[in-house]
Write a protein that binds this ligand. Sequence first.
Ligand code: DC
Length: 226
Amino acid sequence: MPHPRKAPVIVIDGPAGAGKSTVAREVARRLGLPFLDTGAIYRAITLLMLRENVPPLDSPELRSRLAGFSVSFSGTRVLAGGEDVTEGIRTQEIDRSVSAYSALPVVRESLLGIQRRQAAGGLVAEGRDMGTVVFPDADLKIFLTASAEERARRRCEERAARGEGSEYGEILKQVNARDEIDSNREAAPLKAARDAILLDTTGMPLESVVGEIMGHAGRLAWNGGQ
Ligand code: DC
């Protein structure tokens, strides 16, 4: 019999549009674990800074906004300082600016505690540096990728589902630009942890991706909270 032990920390990293959110949310639901979308936190900070005209530079203004920043999740809603920003953080303006704020070490450090505190009862977390920096001791690390073309196509579909217009060529350019900055920044760049399982989801249906991760999760010595 597997030994009952504490609920696992499962992390899913990868570039924009690799399907991390949909996959991680579904894996969390099936395992009965909380889900943490860390991109939403970086997006919420970006929204706040853009609104207050604070540029992406380490400055006293930026530091004081960070010190007052709080984020919480209520089901699928994202609250920043109590305000529902769920839709506001998914605009193209945020897409264009989020990498610049995320590249600042002062921003990343201020979020470490916020992210780690969520993991007390186990979780499924998705982002760029979950397996490398935030949860280096995670029980299971997955790195999801897909071709840039497929990722841009998925982004277009997501936008269309929200009733927003999108131009494939423009989205492809943005996806590539964001990956370039996220992968080449000095602080916690987007990269697979050495002990991550790589999964290329190009052409794979959601159910197969989730199934594969559930297979790995099933091998963790955990009693499923029973
Ligand atoms: O997953 P997403 O597209 O919502 O993420 C938005 C941006 O946030 C992404 O381009 C880089 C940044 N990010 C990060 O730097 N580290 C994370 N753990 C998650 C997101």
